[in-house]
Design a protein around this ligand. Structure first.
Ligand code: FAD
Length: 476
């Protein structure tokens, strides 16, 4: 790989054209740090192309001159994948100016947009078409479609609608040598050989730069019921999920777990109110929704029946059902602020794991006991998408502990937790990907054959190793 010199930078600026680049430190600054402050990047140049052809020309130049290039969307990824490293050699390419709608096709229930469209804007566009785009994450006001695709984002709607992978029908991608692959299609059935788009979804910008996508849309939910439910245990949570899916005709769209300590943090630091009168250990935020309106489906009554049955079976101890949009927003705010609020309690060692839903109680029991034994006083805050088996197993430092000394034990604690996850047939990265953060760990838990296939894929598509080098797999 080559270190870009002034001549390279001038040539790239000239290809990008006016408004298509910046080296102003103030413009660069927000692109070089990430949400958790785990990384500080450095770059000689930020490229800001406004068309796929420009992206292709810039990538071709980098390929021909062996210059490392890092694609960035909304920069909300949590594993350091979309930031240049601190060598100062990696050029950054932001897709944010590629933000047009290419095609609205309401009868095919699809929309084709460019990679830089912000997720919340896409949701709004779908709504204008009287349709629905179901991907929903707390970062939706900032993250972009290209980033969502490249990280195969999950979020709170996976239970019903799947991950981003399940929402993509076609892609347009600039390959690492600068060729532009037009794989945009609105087909739901197409068995003409390998499904090439799947290679790029979840590949974190290591195999190509996504420039546009054709995405599935759904009928808009017109009828929603949301409740915060106190439950006796995680085992009760998964039994409640089975019951609610069955009784509702599979209308459960969100099923999120919130522990006592998380609610305590929210009350302490964010002026939140615990909606229950009694302090319970575990809570589920459950939502059911349907595109049938209230005239055609009495979801309120159905939801009530589920609650009553669950209480009879002692799967639910108490509950608050939202009776207005405001109350619903308040309940969701509890869930959405859970990550943020942990910052006020000192250092937090994070895990983004998944296991089969049936194994969640065993995971929580084993992992909690193991980390408590390793660090007495450690405060586990396990929360998140229990409905699809994904727990954010975040571990807040013991009260009064030294933050830096605690965070120094990050890898040791990760190994304890991830060994348990692996033993339960789980994944060490359910949503956020590998990026730079988990490259080493991936080699510990993936089979040598799987790693070999990944490296071969990378070498085949990007033999010069210019695109996001060192992310996901090291190529020697
Ligand atoms: C508060 C908060 C909550 C979150 N909640 C969730 C959640 O519930 N579920 C979830 O899955 N994630 C979640 N995330 C993580 C993050 O928001 C998602 O991974 C999101 O999809 C990243 O999109 P982005 O546009 O910010 O991508 P970036 O962070 O910019 O990039 C992510 C990766 O994709 C690559 N990339 C970006 N754009 C492109 C492109 N056009 N072509 C090729 N490669 C590209 C980058 O190089 C990088 O490797 C959360 C993050 C925050 C801060």
């Amino acid at each position: 790989m080559t270190k870009p010199d002034q001549n390279h930078l001038d040539n790239l600026k000239s290809i990008a054209g006016a408004g298509g680049w910046s080296d102003d430190p103030d413009v660069l600054a927000p692109h070089l740090v990430e949400w958790r402050d785990l990384y500080q990047g450095k770059t000689p140049l930020l490229l800001l192309p406004d068309s796929s052809e420009k992206v292709a020309a810039l990538v071709k130049y980098c390929h021909d001159n062996r210059l490392p290039l890092v694609p960035q969307g909304g920069n909300t990824g949590l594993v350091g994948g979309g930031l240049p490293d601190d060598s100062g050699n990696e050029i950054l390419i932001s897709l944010k100016r590629l933000n047009k709608v290419r095609l609205r096709d309401p009868l095919n229930q699809t929309i084709t947009v460019e990679a830089g469209v912000i997720l919340a804007d896409l949701q709004a566009m779908a709504e204008e078409m009287d349709l629905y785009f179901p991907l929903s994450l707390a970062s939706e006001g900032t993250c972009q479609v290209g980033g969502n695709i490249s990280s195969n984002a999950g979020g709170v709607g996976v239970l019903k609608y799947g991950n981003m992978r399940d929402l993509v029908l076609g892609l347009e991608v600039v390959l690492p040598d600068g060729q532009l692959w037009d794989g945009l299609t609105g087909l739901r059935k197409d068995n003409t050989g390998y499904d090439l788009k799947q290679l790029f979804i979840g590949s974190e910008g290591t195999l190509g730069i996504v420039t546009a996508a054709t995405l599935k849309l759904y009928p808009r939910p017109l009828n929603t019921q949301t409740a915060l439910l106190a439950i006796p245990s995680p085992q009760a949570a998964i039994e409640l999920l089975t019951l609610a899916r069955k009784m509702s005709g599979d209308l459960v769209t969100a099923f999120e777990i919130i522990p006592r300590i998380g609610l305590d943090f929210l009350v302490r630091h964010m002026d939140a109110t615990d909606p229950m009168e009694t302090a319970y250990d575990w809570h589920i935020l459950m939502e059911c929704s349907s595109s049938l309106d209230r005239l055609h489906l009495d979801l309120e009554n159905l939801f009530q029946q589920i609650m009553e049955t669950a209480m009879e079976q002692e799967l639910v101890l108490d509950g608050v059902i939202a009776s207005s949009e405001q109350q619903r927003d308040n309940l969701w705010a509890l869930r959405e602020n859970l990550s943020e609020v942990q910052k006020f309690e000192g250092g937090s060692i994070k895990h983004d794991i998944s296991v089969p839903v049936s194994k969640i109680p065993e995971f929580l029991e084993k992992a909690t006991a193991a980390v408590e034994q390793a660090i007495p006083g450690i405060r586990p805050v396990p929360f998140g998408h229990i409905g699809d088996g994904n727990i954010h197993f975040n571990l807040t430092q013991p009260e009064g502990a030294d933050k830096a000394a605690y965070l120094d034990r990050w890898e040791e604690v990760n190994k304890i937790v991830h060994d348990i996850v692996h033993g339960l047939d789980g994944s060490i990265s359910a949503e956020h990907g590998i990026g730079r953060l988990k490259v080493e760990e991936l080699t510990r838990y993936k089979s040598p054959l799987a790693l070999d296939l990944m490296r071969k894929l990378k070498k085949t598509l990007d033999p010069a190793n210019i695109l996001n080098p060192g992310r996901i797999v090291q190529n020697d």
